[in-house]
Design a protein around this ligand. Structure first.
Ligand code: HEM
Length: 153
C-alpha cells in the first residue's frame, strides 16, 4: 500500500504541471482563434487534452482522498479529528478542485453545443480561465505560509 500511495502521490503532484500547461495553452489558443474570427469546429484538440488531464488529476485525487492519503477522509476532520494539513485537504483542496474540474467540464461541453454560433472558443477561454484560477489558488504550493505554519513542508 505504501508504494502505491507514494506512486500516486508523486503522479498527482507531477501531473499538476501538465494540467496547468495544457489549460494555459488551450486558453491562449481559444483567445487567439476567437480574435482572428476562426469558427469553432465543435472540438479542439488542446481543449480536449486539457479536459482529459484535469479528469485524470481528479481520478488520482479521489484515490488519494478516499483511500490512500492519511490527510484525506481517513483523517476524519469532519468529526473533529486530523491535523491542520488534513483539514486543509478536506475543507479547501478537495472542494475547490472539484468546483474547478466541474467548471472546465461545463465549458468543454457547452462549447461543443455552440459550434454553429461561433461562441465555442469564447466559452472555452472563459470557463477554462476560471477553472485555472481556482486551481492556482487551491494548489498546496510550498510557499504558502499558512501551510508552512501548520507543518507543511
Ligand atoms: C484537478 C486539479 C488538482 C490539482 C492541480 C491538484 C494538485 C495537488 C498537489 C500539487 C498536491 C500536493 C502533492 C505533493 O506534492 O505531495 C495535491 C495533494 C492532494 N490532492 Fe490534489 N489536486 C487536484 C485535484 C484534487 C482532487 C479533486 C482531490 C480529491 C478528490 C485531490 C486530493 C488530494 C489529496 C488527498 C492530496 C494529499 C496527498 C497526500 O500528500 O497524501 N486533489 N494535489
Amino acid at each position: 500500500m505504501g508504494v502505491l500511495y507514494t506512486a500516486i502521490q508523486h503522479a498527482h503532484s507531477g501531473l499538476r504541471w501538465i494540467v496547468l500547461i495544457l489549460l494555459i495553452a488551450a486558453i491562449a489558443r481559444a483567445y487567439s482563434r476567437r480574435r482572428s474570427g476562426v469558427l469553432y469546429p465543435g472540438k479542439d484538440k488542446l481543449a480536449l487534452f486539457a479536459f482529459i488531464s484535469v479528469h485524470l488529476q481528479l481520478l488520482l485525487g479521489l484515490l488519494l482522498f478516499l483511500w490512500l492519503s492519511p490527510y484525506g477522509i481517513a483523517a476524519d476532520p469532519l468529526e473533529g479529528g486530523g491535523s491542520a494539513v488534513a483539514k486543509y485537504y478536506n475543507y479547501v483542496h478537495w472542494w475547490a478542485m472539484l468546483l474547478a474540474v466541474a467548471i472546465v467540464t461545463i465549458g468543454y461541453i457547452k462549447a461543443k453545443k455552440q459550434a454553429e454560433l461561433n461562441k465555442g472558443y469564447k466559452t472555452i477561454g472563459v470557463y477554462y480561465a476560471i477553472g485555472l484560477l481556482i486551481m492556482l489558488a487551491a494548489i498546496p504550493w510550498p510557499f504558502y505560509s499558512g501551510l508552512e505554519s501548520v507543518g507543511w513542508s
